[in-house]
Ligand binder design. Sequence first.
Ligand code: ADP
Ligand code: MG
Length: 260
Amino acid sequence: MPSIEFKHVDFSYVDNKESYLALEDINARIEDGEFLCLIGHSGCGKSTMLNLLAGLSMPSKGEVLIDGKPVEGPGLDRSIVFQNYSLFPWQTAVKNVMFTLMKAHKELTKDEARERALELLDQVNVKSAANRYPFQLSGGMRQRVAIARALAIDAPVMLLDEPFGALDPMIRGKLQKLLVDLWQQSCCKTAVFVTHDIDEALILADRIAFMGQRHIIKTFDLPRDRVRDASSLYDNKEVRAIKDEVLELFEQTAQDEEDE
Ligand code: ADP
Ligand code: MG
């Protein structure tokens, strides 16, 4: 599985000659098979970092490297799940997954792709909704399909931008568990997961990178042997200490957000 590196990365949004510096001198390394959660207040630059990794935008300065090679655009080595808009609204759940499968695995016939798509939908517990359109699915089901679609590519890198942000807590908990299980079964793809929810980050991450405006302030390594489950997570003293420190950072950086 590949490693990811940000080397002295700046990124500016340019609109109508106005330029806004969204990332400044980002230096970070995400190891092979590591699950990194990027956390921080809204507007600090999390999605911008993910978009650079996805190849949807290019750094204004510096380099973003995957396995030592600069990211030059989107590619089948990375799967992406966003909070919204991940699915084609005009295609059923199974067709959404089939489309991606056939794009990623050109050798598949349509029947083979359908069969594999149904297996993937089954894996994320949404097979019964295979023939429904996205608008006929609940938010949780839509994100299950989006995960199935991301799995269809079988890419070594997974990029997820607040994929569970719009879901209610019960459903969110179930999907976090599903993701932990899938990730462990896949024998650990390299994952970057954006969230502003500390509990979610503590369940999912091997490492948490806390962002203030435009840069990473601090990273936290989590005990890998902890139970990745909301009910027993905080039995672990080390996890509780990290939570306290991250909450403190949220407090400290709240002002930055108001100053913007
Ligand atoms: P986050 O995902 O952490 O909430 P973003 O990466 O989306 O933050 O945005 C970082 C900063 O860049 C924010 O201040 C945001 O307003 C600004 N920004 C995001 N997208 C654009 C854009 N297309 N044009 C101009 N500014 C943008
Ligand atoms: Mg965002």
